[in-house]
Structure formats: C-alpha cells, structure tokens
Design a protein around this ligand. Structure first.
Ligand code: FMN
Length: 170
C-alpha cells in the first residue's frame, strides 16, 4: 500500500485557514428532531437554487435528513455560539430542554438564526470519509445581523470592511 501524500490533520489545518460561517442543519424523522453544527455549507446554484453540506460518515442528522428527504440550514449569528456548541456535542439529544419551532414544511428550526433555508434532498454523493447531501431550496428567510465565524479551528467574528457592495456581483 502506498502512503498517503497528505496527512489528514495537515489537510484539516490547511483548510482551517479558509474562514467560514457556521450553520446548524435541522431535520425530523419519525417524529424525532435531529440537528448538528456544520461549516461545510456551500452555495451550489442560484437557478435552480441548490446548496450542499458535507457530513461525516455516521452523522445521525445526515441519516435522518436523507431518510426524511428534507432539512433546514440555520445560519448562526455571533450571539449563537452556545447553539453551535450544543449541536456539536457527540451523542447528545441536541434538542433537550429546547422548545421546538417549525418551518413551513414541518422541520424544526433554530429561532433567531440569520437565515433559514428549507431544502428537499436533491441528491446524495459519497466522497471519501464524507457524504455530500445536495439540497434543493424550497423556502427561505434572512435577516440582518452579524454572523458567527469559524477560522483556524476556533469561533471568530466576521468583520465587514464597510465599503460599497460589489455591483458586478450583487
Ligand atoms: C464549527 C463546527 C463545524 C462542524 N462542521 C461539520 C461539518 O461540516 N460536517 C460534519 O459532519 N460535522 C461537522 N462538525 C461536527 C458535528 O457538529 C458533530 O460531529 C455532531 O455532533 C454530529 O451530529 P450527530 O450527533 O447528529 O451525529 C462541526 C462541528 C463544529 C463545532
């Protein structure tokens, strides 16, 4: 067997230099709510609206989302770091003690998130040690506020530079 060219921890450290936001993926299957913290969220397509999330093999929330066919991406604000930690705890009932709120299509959501994107599972692709779940966005809401960031393995603030929006892009 040939030795891998890149050590997994070195890969994690290098990709950790790529700053991201933080989201919680929520879903419900057989009447049981599931949720987990992710930062592997990527916008894929605007028309049709598609996004993707990469789930570690065995992630309970991923299995429930694929089984139910529906999930919500809850984009966290900087005030919601405690929520990010709660939904990252392994093997816990992440919703214990929380009052559930639901999106339009009967998926539990994180209240006061900066954005909610409700998705149908569009396709599932196995890749390395992760499962990529593509979501077709069927509903959304978004509001102003400061996002929670993740950089170098730590939560961080995301600062705007205050200049004009790039017109060619927006
Ligand atoms: C900031 C942050 C980002 C994370 N991103 C991901 C991710 O993109 N994919 C993933 O599978 N796990 C990610 N995790 C780990 C999961 O949140 C954690 O393993 C979770 O407990 C698994 O949920 P489960 O109990 O439903 O299996 C992340 C954790 C943190 C704190």
């Amino acid at each position: 067997m040939t030795a891998p060219l890149v050590d997994p921890m070195a890969m994690r450290q290098a990709m950790g230099r790529f700053a991201t936001g933080v989201a919680v993926i929520t879903t419900e299957h057989d009447g049981i709510p599931h949720g987990m913290t992710v930062n592997s969220l990527t916008s894929v397509s605007l028309d049709p609206p598609l996004l993707l999330v990469c789930f570690n093999h065995g992630a309970r929330t991923a299995e429930a989302a694929v089984a139910s066919g529906r999930f919500v991406v809850n984009v966290l604000s900087r005030r919601q770091q405690a929520i990010a930690l709660r939904f990252a705890a392994r093997g816990e009932d992440h919703f214990a003690g929380l009052e559930l709120e639901y999106a339009e299509h009967r998926v539990p959501v994180v209240p006061k998130a900066l954005a909610h994107l409700e998705c149908d599972v569009e396709r599932v692709v196995e890749a390395g040690d992760h499962t990529i779940v593509f979501g077709a966005v069927i509903g959304l809401d978004a509001r102003d506020g400061e996002p929670l960031g993740f950089f170098g393995g730590k939560f961080s603030d995301v600062q705007q530079h205050g200049h004009e929006p790039e017109r060619w892009f927006f």
